[in-house]
Design a protein around this ligand. Structure first.
Ligand code: S3P
Length: 448
């Protein structure tokens, strides 16, 4: 079991460069990759996936699906076949399911286990052991699952005995979280009746879209100003469907922001997923004055995608409303870097959820900004950054706290700051973006 990552931390520095250029295709979407494995497990027959993100997080989910009964084979780069056991067909794993750094994988699988007549234990690294799981356990217990054991405060290691016949429930998610919503929907697949999930702010909808694609009967209707009501009929027969995983906008965000802040840059990002619940960062960057042009909007694998031409831009500070947070929840660290290079003040509102990501991201971002001479403040749940082109000193070493997005964000900063920026450990980048360094250096970044 890897409660900590093997070996010692591996620091990496980014030195300032001029003019990133080239065309890149960032890796497949992490959210869709996790769900591909899970829906493959829950269908009978072969699910064929292309463009899968082969990051550590997704590979942990694949291992967990194997332990629950699926046969999973890699047939080529990003090409995987999952032979599933179907809803109701899972077996209890022999060993603890070790999710490493993966919050999404562990939470979604808790939903699967919670709705089945199996018992499984969940654990992970030091980061995962700090993350709150009560938000998942609470609805699962309402559905009849039993929490056999848990660490202090509803944390991993956790053992769940699932409900053989889960109760269909109506559940309002306490925070806008696709992970909570998805855990309930996945448990509800085995419930005899209709389960309703209501969210006050719409979160990413990949679970709903993929379940419908696999043949589940589910309706989604608006709820209030920004929310949704999802009703799922339990015990469908899921049929395997081919999945083409589109490019992860949360990974594309790093070369995208790098090209905006490194003077003289012009790059093209190919095939970025344009799902409206995922592209709050694009909206925000455009408000800041970013020169981003969509070259070819099209449908790929059931999602809208586009090639984006990104040019270095003079950015200005903006006020980012809290209501936008669910559509860019993973992008605030790199937005804070963009804001450091933008004239004036950027206020990012309502960031309380950042405190429970792979690290306390609000604090980790603030500390990284401080280490590199960027004027900023935390005001309640808001982050304020006062920036300007040419004002980012750099020269700092950033503590990444096992958080891939903190590492990548500050390496982007180092591409355009006056002095190099160092991150204390780059190993976690492999959880979501194993090709980050070669992709960035291929565009002209200087990492060492
Ligand atoms: C994810 C949902 C988000 C996000 C995470 C992936 C998902 O978490 O931060 O990286 O795939 O459902 P929350 O839904 O808990 O905000």
């Amino acid at each position: 079991m890897s409660h900590d990552h093997a070996g010692s931390p591996r620091p990496l520095s980014a030195r300032p460069v001029r003019g990133l250029s080239g065309r890149v295709r960032p890796p497949g979407d992490k959210s869709i990759s996790h769900r591909s494995m899970i829906l493959g497990l829950l269908s009978v027959g072969e699910t064929v996936v292309s463009g899968l993100l082969e990051g550590d997080d997704v590979l942990r989910t694949a291992d967990a699906c194997r332990a629950l009964g699926a046969r999973i084979v890699r047939t080529g780069e990003g090409a995987w076949t999952i032979s599933g056991v179907g809803i109701g067909g899972l077996r209890s794993p022999d060993a603890v399911l070790d999710f490493g750094n993966a919050g999404t994988g562990s939470r979604l699988m808790m939903g699967v286990v919670g709705g089945h007549d199996v018992t499984a234990s969940f654990d992970g690294d030091a980061s995962l052991r700090k993350r709150p799981m009560r938000r998942i356990l609470d609805p699962l217990m309402l559905m009849g699952a039993e929490v056999v054991s848990q660490a202090e405060g509803g944390r991993c290691p956790i053992t769940i005995k699932g409900a053989a016949e889960p109760n269909p429930i109506e559940y309002r998610t306490p925070v806008a979280s696709a992970q909570i919503k998805s855990a309930v929907l996945l448990a509800a697949l085995n419930a005899p009746g209709e389960t309703t999930v209501i969210e006050a702010e719409a979160s990413r909808d990949h679970t709903e879209k993929m379940l419908a694609y696999f043949g589940a009967s589910l309706t989604v209707t608006p709820e209030g100003a920004h929310g949704r009501r999802i009703v799922l009929k339990g015990r469908p027969e899921l049929s395997p469907r081919p999945i083409m995983v589109p490019v992860d906008p949360s990974s594309a965000a790093f070369p995208l922001v790098a090209a905006l802040v490194v003077p003289g840059s012009e790059i093209v990002i190919e095939g970025m997923m344009m799902n409206p619940l995922r592209i709050g960062l694009l909206t925000t960057l455009r408000e800041m004055g970013a020169d981003i042009v969509e070259l070819d909007r099209r449908i790929e694998g059931g999602e809208e995608v586009a090639d984006l031409r990104v040019r270095a831009s003079t950015l200005k500070g903006v006020d980012v409303p809290a209501a936008r947070a669910p559509s860019m929840i993973d992008e605030y660290p790199v937005l804070a870097v963009a804001a450091a290079f933008a004239e004036g003040e950027t206020r990012m509102r309502g960031l309380q959820e950042l405190r429970v990501k792979e690290s306390d991201r609000l604090q980790a971002v603030a500390d990284g900004l401080a280490a590199n001479g960027v004027d900023h403040a935390i005001d309640g749940d808001d982050l304020i950054v006062r920036g300007g082109a040419g004002t980012v000193r750099g020269g700092g070493t950033v503590a990444t706290h096992l958080d891939h997005r903190i590492a990548m964000s500050f390496l982007v900063m180092g591409c355009a700051s006056s002095k190099p920026v160092t991150v204390d450990d780059d190993r976690m980048i492999a959880t979501s973006f194993p090709s980050f360094s070669p992709l960035m250096t291929g565009l002209g970044a200087d990492f060492a």
